[in-house]
Design a protein around this ligand. Structure first.
Ligand SMILES: Cc1cc2nc3c(=O)[nH]c(=O)nc-3n(C[C@H](O)[C@H](O)[C@H](O)COP(=O)(O)OP(=O)(O)OC[C@H]3O[C@@H](n4cnc5c(N)ncnc54)[C@H](O)[C@@H]3O)c2cc1C
Length: 139
């Protein structure tokens, strides 16, 4: 179902859609996100709108999946990047104009947690690419 930014139907302000069925209109395009995290964040945003409370900044979208004994986590929008930093075998960091816009981590939950905190910040590629250095030091 099409919704506005608060997951409210543009056709009827009493109707909301969250999770997989919500197709949120943003920048002229309808976008669905089928992830466990989005089911939670969209529910919270819709609940705030229903209660008439101010909306909160939204966390950067992310999801995980377990495949063939491995844990894959994806953050943000890697397709928006203009540069990719390889951080050892299991981590790719996606930068746009030097700022972190996405990350893909395979069996690297600590790096993923750090990337979630660093999203939007400018990273020093020479530090970020060294897996022996704490990623948080790349800012
Ligand atoms: C096979 C599979 C693997 C996935 N793996 C991942 C993953 O690794 N990571 C990740 O982030 N996401 C994953 N997802 C996506 C994730 O599960 C969904 O994005 C998330 O569950 C969506 O939550 P939801 O509440 O919108 O919908 P749902 O979880 O589908 O919940 C909708 C509920 O509504 C109920 N319902 C439907 N119709 C009616 C009705 N008429 N009356 C009453 N109840 C009704 C359904 O029974 C269901 O319980 C996976 C999905 C699938 C199918």
């Amino acid at each position: 179902m099409l919704t506005d930014d608060d997951y409210r139907s543009p056709g009827d302000p009493r109707v909301f859609a969250i999770g997989d069925v919500a197709a949120r209109l943003k920048d002229g395009a309808a976008r669905r996100m089928e992830t466990w995290a989005h089911a939670q964040t969209s529910a919270r945003k819709a609940a705030l709108a229903i209660l008439g409370l101010p909306s909160e900044p939204e966390p950067t979208p992310w999801f995980w999946t377990d495949q063939c004994g491995h844990n894959l986590q994806i953050l943000g929008d890697p397709s928006a990047a203009d540069a990719v930093v390889e951080r050892g075998e299991g981590v790719r960091l996606y930068l746009r104009q030097g700022a972190l816009v996405g990350a893909v981590c395979l069996d690297r939950p600590r790096d993923f947690a750090a990337a979630r905190r660093l999203i939007g910040q400018t990273l020093k590629p020479e530090i970020a690419s060294d897996p022996s250095v704490d990623l948080r030091k790349a800012v």
